[in-house]
Design a protein around this ligand. Structure first.
Ligand code: HGY
Ligand code: MN
Ligand code: MN
Length: 416
């Protein structure tokens, strides 16, 4: 390896090509308010994937897929060694932005283009990956593609999960295979050499510190639950208040108790959200008979996460209501060797960086079980994400991509 290859690759990152690719991808599922609504494996997601496959083929990559419709864009290396992987997801929240996940995929493709332009060959193959259903809004849990890549046995359960319209993941995967009939399965029994995910921070820390790059040391733990409260449907006008069994009254009371002990257990690091409510019969003048709400609880401390689980179980037992655990993941600590590559890249590019623990979960939380992994963040303007207003300064997007290129070249030239 030429010792300048990493900086050379970083210098060949083409700002306008990168920024244009972000705007082009954002057209698939574009919302009128500038955001993106691209549910996993929906028709707009399949169209977006077609654009990315064509982009990767034009860069000279081979393209493979797997049982969970992950896409693998591979640039060959000089030696047949386990690859270095980078990438993220392109499915979005219903009121998502242009960058969450998409930036990491497009920056990876821009790194491939820069390596081509610079005429740089690496020892190891380099793969840019599109992980399926990271957001977990269409099918729960989140990060399905990356978790199934690491533990293929999960597909047995995942395949039967259904979206709000009753369409199973298995059925959505059939549509994907029909859209890409010639894509071959990625077959390997070897683990990748390393994984790096470039992502927007989706929070305020880098902007508050006025630092353009985040060296991500790990990811906090997450709990998703669905809580179902039952009542008795009755007339809103005739039923005396004392005679009601209002599922919404019960749900709101339980929500308040959960919020109180979540904050008591977790202190300032508590993140608790009750984001999805399903009310039946959902009629202005009928008392609710059935209310299901979701809990998204996050915390960096495993003991707090376990205490929350216990206290939630006690609370729900007291109220005799049922719940379903949709997603449980412990905090993740990334591999110091790969974290160091990220820190070295920031230093080599002459920029300050901030060590940070990710508040959002990412596919890297599963890849960390597969191979040494780490993440690199760029700031989110106003700390906003999962919102059409999600944005990052262009120069930060470009700098993050240059730092990614620097990391990837070093990792791709590491000896076995
Ligand atoms: O919810 C998350 O942390 C991720 O953005 N899907
Ligand atoms: Mn994301
Ligand atoms: Mn997200």
């Amino acid at each position: 390896m030429n010792p300048n290859d990493a900086l050379e690759a970083a210098s060949f990152i083409d700002a306008s090509r990168l920024l244009q690719s972000i705007e082009t991808l954002a057209r698939f599922g574009a919302r009128d308010d500038g955001g993106v609504d691209r549910p996993a494996l929906s028709s707009v997601d399949i169209d977006a994937r077609r654009f990315l496959v064509e982009h990767a083929l034009a860069l000279g990559c081979t393209v493979h897929t797997d049982a969970c419709a992950n896409l693998f864009f591979r640039r060959p290396g000089l030696e047949d060694l386990p690859p270095v992987m980078t990438g993220s997801h392109v499915d979005t929240q219903p009121t998502g932005g242009k960058l969450d996940g998409c930036y990491g995929v497009l920056a990876g493709l821009e790194c491939l283009a820069a390596l081509n332009d610079a005429g740089i060959r690496t020892r190891r193959p380099l793969e840019v990956v599109v992980w399926t259903n990271e957001e977990g809004t269409r099918f729960q849990p989140g990060a399905m593609g990356s978790s199934a890549f690491v533990d293929p046995a999960l597909m047995e359960r995942y395949g039967q999960t259904k979206d709000a319209d009753g369409i199973s993941l298995d059925r959505a995967l059939v549509a994907h295979r029909e859209a890409f009939p010639s894509l071959e399965e990625r077959v390997t029994d070897k683990a990748a050499h390393a994984f790096i995910e470039l992502h927007i921070e989706q929070g305020p820390l880098l902007e508050l510190a006025d630092v353009p790059l985040g060296v991500v040391k790990g990811i906090q733990g997450v709990r998703w639950y669905a809580v179902r409260c039952k009542g008795v449907a009755a007339h809103a006008g005739t039923t005396p208040m004392h005679a009601r069994h209002d599922a919404m009254t019960l749900a709101v009371c339980i929500r308040a108790e959960i919020s109180a002990f979540a904050h008591q257990l977790g202190g300032d690091d508590t993140r608790v959200t009750f984001g999805r409510w399903t009310v039946l019969p959902n009629s202005i003048n009928t008392i609710a008979s059935d209310v299901t709400f979701t809990i998204d609880f996050r915390h960096p401390n495993p003991a707090v996460l376990h205490a929350f689980d216990r206290q939630l179980a006690a609370c729900l037992a007291h109220h005799a209501v049922t719940s379903e655990a949709l997603f449980i993941h412990p905090p993740v600590v990334f591999a110091p060797s790969v974290v160091q590559r990220v820190a070295d890249a920031c230093h080599a590019l002459g920029t300050h960086s901030l060590n940070i623990t990710s508040g959002a979960f990412h596919d890297a939380m599963y890849l960390a079980r597969h191979c040494p992994s780490a993440m690199l963040f760029v700031p989110s303007r106003g700390g906003i994400s999962h919102n059409p207003q999600e944005a990052t300064d262009d120069d930060h997007l470009v700098l993050g991509t240059r730092a990614l290129a620097h990391c990837l070249v070093h990792l791709c030239n590491e000896a076995p």
